[in-house]
Ligand binder design. Structure first.
Ligand code: PYC
Length: 327
């Protein structure tokens, strides 16, 4: 399915990539099913590092303009390293690799079903941060059992220029999140510009003040919550700022996992109880958790994806932007 390309150089001129597009509750995923670089064998974390350091052209060709846009999340379909997995996957966006991506996993499952690689049922998927398990139902719903998640720190104050002291929790849900409740602009679509400005300022303030996840992990996602638009449909509405300054159109599965970890640790949600998390577009993920030893949880997030395109990309040597506008 894939062909080898040389290291570091701008990629394979004159070759093609095969991609399948989907969106999960509004957030796009572009899965590269053929034509990606040969990353060898070994753990997905190792192959993700190789993709980032030696073949970053793929990310830029797929996610950046002129083919992509800021909100695009790419996914490279790989052979798995862990046994019994249906595939491996490496996610990336407009600025770098992503550790984990739940909306992308739901999109990947829809894509694998579309090309006949899997059917309904339970599928293990190998990722750079561990194996996740996806359950695909007849009605198109996909539930992802994520990697173990936990609240790292509660009520952390950060001085945000122009906004004052903002207090939030730091949690891991497959990526590092700073979670803010009822502070800053109201969480609604009409406030998109203000929410972008606010969460981006928080992200920079966290970095400037040395506030990190465990082992110095960069907090590259900021999530702010408010009441739901319609309490009959959701319990809360969020706005999630992603690492490349695009907001998540979906409710963000890793962010919902991080929120479940905070609610579980604060005793505000019981094991098995459902949290209906709405996005800024009022699309909804359902989340629940099982407790794990050591104060961690196993989050389960469900939502739906729709395949909405297939493509062949030409990496034409005459095209100055064959590998995207660099970022
Ligand atoms: O759904 O986990 C997610 C996600 C992360 C970044 C964008 N979406």
């Amino acid at each position: 399915m894939s062909f080898p390309v040389s290291n570091i150089d701008p990629g394979p001129p004159g070759k093609t990539l095969r991609v399948i597009d989907s969106h999960t509750e509004g957030e796009p995923t572009r899965v590269v099913i053929a034509g990606g670089p040969e990353l060898g064998r070994g753990p997905m974390s190792e192959r993700a590092r190789r993709l980032r350091e030696e073949h970053d052209w793929l990310r830029q060709a797929v996610c950046n303009e002129p083919r992509g846009h800021d909100a695009m999340v790419g996914a490279l379909l790989c052979a798995p390293h862990e046994p019994d997995c249906v595939c491996g996957v490496i996610f990336f966006n407009n600025v770098s690799n992503l550790n984990m991506c739940i909306h992308g996993t739901i999109g990947l499952v829809a894509t694998l079903r579309h090309i006949g690689r899997i059917g309904t049922g339970i599928h293990r998927i190998d990722t750079p941060v561990g194996v996740v398990t996806a359950t695909a139902s007849d009605d198109g719903e996909v539930e992802v059992a994520n990697v173990p998640s936990w609240r790292h720190a509660a009520g952390v104050p950060v001085e945000v220029p122009g906004w004052g002291i903002i207090t939030g929790d730091v949690a891991w849900g497959g990526n590092w999140f700073f979670l803010i409740e009822n502070q800053g602009p109201a969480v609604g679509f009409a406030q998109l510009d203000a929410l972008t400005e606010f969460t981006w300022a928080v992200r920079h303030a966290l970095a400037a003040q040395g506030i990190t996840g465990a082992d110095g992990g960069e907090i590259d996602h900021v999530e702010t919550f408010g009441p739901p638009g319609d309490p009959a449909l959701a319990d809360s509405r969020n706005f999630v700022m992603c690492p490349g300054k695009a907001y998540d159109r979906s409710p963000c599965g890793t962010g919902t996992s991080a929120k479940l970890a905070c609610l579980a640790t604060a005793g505000k949600l019981r094991p098995g109880e459902i949290l209906r998390q709405a996005s800024i577009l009022d699309t909804v993920f359902r989340g629940r958790f099982e407790p794990l030893p050591g104060g961690k949880i196993l989050p389960r997030i469900s939502g739906r994806a729709w395949v909405n395109g297939e493509g062949t990309y030409f990496l034409n040597p005459d095209d100055p932007f064959a590998h995207g506008i660099p970022s």
